[in-house]
Design a protein around this ligand. Structure first.
Ligand SMILES: *Cc1c(COP(=O)(O)O)cnc(C)c1O
Length: 370
């Protein structure tokens, strides 16, 4: 039998869940069309509007992980031949290019150095009339936070392109304002700063983008038109009729998300962001105190995901193995060219705390002999 262990999940996600989210998993199971569950789903969508800071009616948890949010975003908005400009400053921007290409887009990637933020001027200069401009808010592969408010202003000032944003790692960790920043289509995940197990993709789409959607997208499962018949507003579906079966919602996961979001909103989003900011700053200071060098560009460092260079002569994988075996601590390796030269340390959700900072710093200090 597999041994059950408890780990400190200080990698790029999943993080340890909030206790409320774990308790939410254990509620008595309901049918997915039970009126009580429908109320719970409605309340979950309302809470998602709060964390996205949006009034979009179509704000819902998709029944799959963050990558399905990415698929849903593109498959519902891209027609063959559409020009999609993608700001690429890490792995997830690259993945966006791949997904958009599979939807038939003419993809215009705007490559940035890994570790740098997205440059709106370069993105605008890439094409005069794109259908969609896409970017990652918090690039988990590099630990960089880009300024989406600035990108939104630039994009909407220059064209009527839709702004499509990956907020998987930013949601519930750093400031995110879908409406103010002009995000037309946004997707996220549960297992990063929302502090819920992996399995759902919080999704939001503006009316403007929904009106321009692909009527019969290649994906049946992720067809937002069909999903609107199941998840909607105030007891009815998005078109005002009775709830209809589309697929079986992962009831336990939705309960968990509902309760995890409740915890975040009780604490207050501003307080949650401040807690992540403080933990990130303490971690960065501590790492520099150990003589380590940070990777992401100064001024754009995510508080919730810190990238740090592996010192010369140190075996990256051996350190991670020792942290896991001796301290039950998981941290992430780097990605792509930086697989062996960078570590990624996430302090997300409940792990954005002084005791988590103290634990990872002391374990690293001992493991590195510093
Ligand atoms: C984790 C992550 C994803 C993918 O989410 P999954 O839940 O792993 O499918 C997408 N974008 C970013 C920025 C991420 O950090």
């Amino acid at each position: 039998m597999t041994t059950i262990v408890r780990r400190h999940l200080f990698g790029p996600g999943p993080t340890n869940p909030y206790p409320e989210a774990t308790e939410g998993l254990a509620r008595p199971l309901l049918g997915h069309l039970d009126p009580v569950f429908i109320d719970l789903m409605d309340e979950t969508c309302e809470r998602l509007r709060a964390v996205w800071d949006t009034r979009n009616a179509r704000t819902l948890p998709l029944s799959a992980t963050g990558s399905a949010g990415m698929e849903a975003a593109f498959v519902n908005t891209v027609r063959p031949g559409d020009v999609v400009v993608v700001a690429v400053n890490g792995l997830f921007g690259r993945r966006m290019c791949e997904v958009a290409a599979r939807c038939g887009a003419e993809v215009v990637p705007v490559e940035h150095a890994w570790g740098s933020p997205v440059d709106p001027e370069r993105v605008l200069a890439a094409h005069s009339n794109p259908s969609i401009v896409a970017a990652v808010h918090a690039e988990t592969s590099t630990g960089v936070c880009s300024d989406i408010a600035e990108l939104g202003d630039a994009v909407h000032g220059a064209s009527d392109a839709l702004l499509l944003v990956d907020a998987v790692t930013s949601i519930g960790g750093v400031e995110l304002r879908a409406d103010d920043w002009g995000i037309d289509v946004g997707y996220a995940g549960t297992q990063k700063c929302l502090g819920v197990a992996p399995g759902l993709a919080p999704f939001t789409i503006s009316d403007r983008a929904f009106e321009r959607r692909v009527e019969r997208p290649r994906s049946w499962y992720l067809d937002l038109g069909l999903l609107g018949g199941y998840v909607g507003e105030a007891g009815t579906n998005a078109s005002g009729g009775a709830r209809t079966y589309h697929h079986t919602a992962p009831v336990a996961m939705v309960s968990s998300l509902h309760d995890g979001l409740g915890r975040i909103l009780d604490e207050g989003l501003d307080n949650v962001w401040a807690r992540h900011a403080e933990a990130g700053e303490a971690l960065r200071n501590g790492l520099e105190g150990l003589g380590l060098e940070l990777f992401a560009e100064k001024g754009y460092r995510l508080p919730n995901l810190t990238t740090v260079k592996v010192p010369d002569g140190v075996d990256s994988a051996a350190v991670r193995r020792k942290l896991l075996e001796r301290y039950d601590i998981e941290i992430g390796a780097g990605v792509g060219d930086y697989a062996a030269s960078v570590w990624r340390i996430g302090l997300m959700g409940p792990n954005a705390s002084p005791d988590a900072v103290a634990l990872i710093l002391s374990a690293l200090a001992e493991t590195l002999g510093r």
